[in-house]
Design a protein around this ligand. Structure first.
Ligand code: OFO
Length: 161
């Protein structure tokens, strides 16, 4: 596996772990704000992000590459209203989508076909990630962010497995 490809995948592993760290911080914040359903949804998201990081890490290992884990930055601990928090989720997912697309361009330039196949899963996943954040933002816009309607959304989010 070419060096440039390995560097790019290691950088993506770091971003996926940051995503997990960010969503764990958001989950803890929601728990503190008495929004257990939001907290649960974000905790599932945190676990999914670790799986994303591991898909890249395992691919590197399977191809005889070198795993070089970078430092994970400290995420914020205050996120404002539920809508503001989900706007942050969407913004972060758009950043990850751009990063995955860039990685795909590198895989094409390096003629690394196995990485291109791996990335196709991530490209579809990013469509889903952005769409679910958008759907939650839209619901919050529709019902507002207080009282019974907020509790209803909180309950709905608690069903995520
Ligand atoms: Fe949220 O998709 Fe990975 O980072």
């Amino acid at each position: 596996m070419k060096e440039e490809m390995q560097v790019a995948i290691n950088a993506q592993i770091q971003k996926e772990f940051y995503s997990s760290y960010l969503y764990l911080a958001m989950s803890a914040y929601c728990e503190k704000e008495n929004l257990p359903g939001f907290a649960k949804w974000l905790k599932v998201q945190y676990q999914e992000e670790i799986e994303h990081a591991m898909k890249f890490l395992n691919h590197l290992l399977e191809r005889g590459g070198t795993v070089k884990l970078g430092a994970i930055a400290e995420p914020p601990c205050e996120f404002g209203s539920p809508k503001a928090l989900f706007e942050e989720v969407l913004k972060h997912e758009k950043f990850i989508t751009a990063s995955i697309n860039k990685l795909y361009e590198t895989a094409i330039a390096e003629k690394d076909y196995p990485v291109q196949v791996l990335l196709q899963w991530f490209i579809s996943e990013q469509v889903e990630e952005e769409s679910s954040a958008c759907a939650i933002i839209e619901k919050l816009k529709m019902v507002g962010e207080k009282g019974a309607p907020l509790m209803y959304i909180d309950k709905e989010l608690s069903y995520r497995k």
